[in-house]
Design a protein around this ligand. Structure first.
Ligand code: FBP
Length: 285
């Protein structure tokens, strides 16, 4: 048996006697090796606006939801009509509302880990969905949270390392929520903590790191520098007055962020599409 390599088409041929056939396994491995992470599906003109909706698991339905936004269909509708560059769901919602997500062509980002807020002490958030399951659900990216400063951070870092490797080998972008938390953390949005979180995103190989912003632009600029080639998006936090929120979006974008990954400030708003428009006009000005 002879092996021939066709450089131009990057195919690997096997020659049996005078019969030549393509070695599909080798071909697939080679393709995977060359696979570039595809961020295009979740970015528009290199900017992002993600609609986060994992709060049902993280906070419980009573604290965040009303009669409208408790329904995932309401969120899918906002994501579509508000032209968000991605919507973030846990796998349960992604599975149960698969048809509507597909029909509305909203780029799906599956959050691979999560936890409730019922457990006390240093937080730990374990993997609940695999990269392959997320791919089967037709996702365009995967997300994962690490609580740096928690005594359990190494467990999450280790889990994330495997996810990052697998996702990248399949061309899938990885968004890392990095939230400083636990007894060791005094102020989770201080300059030290924001930039540490950003740097963890870069060091662990995230394509995009999601941070909480404390309101000091200079600190954010340092955090963005610390993230190097990892893009930075900012979380929304609890619902704020619209004027105050838009002002913050301007600060965030002027500082050099790629965009936002927000939930409550959109789907708790009286008119979610109206505020989404205002945010978009800042991001894509
Ligand atoms: P919000 O814009 O609603 O703050 O959502 C961002 C987010 O990161 C969600 O993805 C997540 O559910 C939530 O915040 C977690 O917030 P916390 O851990 O601070 O309770």
């Amino acid at each position: 048996m002879k092996m021939l390599r066709d450089i131009d088409t990057e195919k690997v041929h096997l020659v049996f006697g005078d019969k030549e056939q393509i070695d599909f396994e080798k071909l697939e491995n080679k393709m995977k090796k060359n696979n570039k992470v595809n961020l295009n599906k979740i970015l528009r003109k290199n900017k992002a606006l993600f609609l986060a909706y994992d709060q049902g698991l993280e906070h419980g339905p009573l604290s965040d939801f009303n009669d409208k936004n408790i329904d995932p269909l309401f969120i899918i509708d906002i994501a579509k009509n508000g032209e968000f560059t991605g919507v973030v769901f846990q796998k349960g919602i992604a599975e149960k509302y698969k048809n509507e997500i597909k029909k509305n062509k909203v780029p799906l980002i599956i959050k691979l880990n999560g936890k409730t807020n019922l457990v006390q002490g240093d937080p730990i958030s374990r993997q609940l969905c695999t990269v392959d399951e997320a791919i089967k659900l037709d996702c365009s990216g995967v997300g994962y949270t690490i609580y740096i400063g928690s005594q359990h951070e190494s467990v999450m870092m280790n889990e994330f390392e495997k996810i990052q490797r697998e996702a990248h080998s399949k061309g899938l972008p990885v968004i890392l929520w990095v939230y400083p938390r636990g007894r060791a953390v005094k102020n989770d949005t201080s300059k030290e903590m924001m930039s540490y979180a950003a740097r963890v995103g870069l060091e662990l190989g995230a394509d995009i790191v999601k941070l909480k912003y404390g309101g000091n632009v200079k600190d954010l600029e340092w955090a963005i520098k610390s993230a190097g080639r990892t893009k930075v998006v900012i979380a929304g936090g609890i619902k704020k007055m619209e004027k105050e929120f838009i002002k913050q979006v301007k600060e965030i974008m002027n500082a050099g962020c790629t965009g936002l990954a927000i939930g409550r400030n959109i789907w708790q708003a009286k008119n979610p599409l109206e505020i989404a428009e205002k945010i978009k006009s800042v991001i894509w000005k």
